[in-house]
Design a protein around this ligand. Structure first.
Ligand SMILES: [Zn+2]
Length: 319
């Protein structure tokens, strides 16, 4: 990334340690300063100057989806992608030993695709989503239960499963999230998390560090973040990081920090990131070709209703 890392004393938002290394000082998407450091104790990569809670609230209840996908409601091609992703996540959950039938809460439910697909798969599912337009759309289109609210507003408890897909990296207080999810789950319940993986090879250098992602998790740092409240029972970290955690009956007092070998491993991966790796190892060169059949498929569904798109997906084998 053109910057040699240097050591600093930024305080880690997760473990509180002050020994850190700065990895980047600019936003990959816009011409603005963005200081990103890695905590040398828990390996969590994070923004140095987080927005305030108020700023984040306004951003996610109104602006976020528009800025990223230029729409107030999900377009058919996004519904299609989200439906396929939901199918894949449900299959992984089954592999991890989670059986349908449980009460499930999806946090950051977006347009409601996962909540609907989970319901079709036999879960008693509901969701929460801060964005007004998306949550309304989900309720109208699929008839699913989605509350328009923040995590801190959730009052329901006793869930067997809580899911959070590509949400945790946007949240400023990871420990508070863990505590809240632990309280919402019943004994033996599962917390299913998927986040972008900072150690994966196919992240384009232009997409690595940008302001919407406050934290950049890796297997060691996510497991450390969850460690006082959850045990990991299923981990996939080849592409995105997908971990199924099981609720601990007895909460630990402090974090279990990663081993030195794990911390060195994350450091090494950050060091290797750049265009060279993306093009030659991460599949950057082949990506453009795999996009064509995908675009053709998406063209076919252009005029379909969202519910019909998801109904078609859940009829696929494997569901
Ligand atoms: Zn730390």
């Amino acid at each position: 990334m053109g910057l040699k890392r240097f050591f600093t004393m930024h305080k880690c938002r997760l473990c509180g340690a002050e020994s850190s290394s700065v990895w980047s000082v600019k936003d990959a998407k816009i011409a603005e300063t963005l200081v990103i450091f890695m905590c040398n104790t828990c390996a969590l990569v994070q923004q140095a100057n987080l927005p305030t809670d108020e700023e984040l609230h306004i951003y996610y209840s109104h602006n976020y989806r528009e800025e990223y996908k230029s729409t107030h409601q999900p377009k058919p091609k996004y519904v299609h992608r989200a439906g396929k992703a939901a199918l894949d996540r449900l299959a992984r959950m089954r592999k991890a030993g989670i059986s349908p039938g449980a009460a499930l809460l999806d946090i950051g439910a977006g347009g409601g695709e996962f909540v609907y697909m989970a319901q079709q798969a036999g879960f008693e599912s509901r969701g929460v989503e801060p964005h007004q337009g998306y949550s309304e759309f989900a309720r109208d289109e699929y008839g699913v239960k989605i509350d328009t609210c923040q995590i801190s507003d959730i009052e329901h408890k006793g869930f067997g499963v809580v899911t959070m897909f590509h949400v945790l990296e946007h949240l400023a207080h990871p420990t508070q999230v863990m505590i809240k999810v632990h309280q919402m789950l019943k004994e033996g319940g599962y917390f299913v998390v998927e986040v972008p993986n900072i150690t994966q090879k196919d992240a384009s250098p232009h997409n690595i560090y940008f302001k919407a992602h406050l934290f950049y998790y890796s297997r060691p740092s996510l497991i450390a973040a969850a460690s006082p409240y959850f045990d990991q029972v299923y981990v996939e970290d080849e592409g995105n990081l997908f971990i199924v955690f099981k609720r601990k009956d007895h909460v630990l007092q402090g974090l279990l920090t990663p081993s030195l070998v794990d911390i060195k491993g994350v450091t090494k991966r950050l060091d290797e990131k750049g265009w060279r790796e993306y093009l030659f190892k991460g599949g950057g060169l082949t990506k453009v070709f795999t996009r064509i059949p995908k675009a053709l498929n998406e063209h076919k569904i252009k005029h379909m209703r969202s519910k019909a798109i998801l109904d078609q997906i859940h009829k696929l084998p494997n569901f």
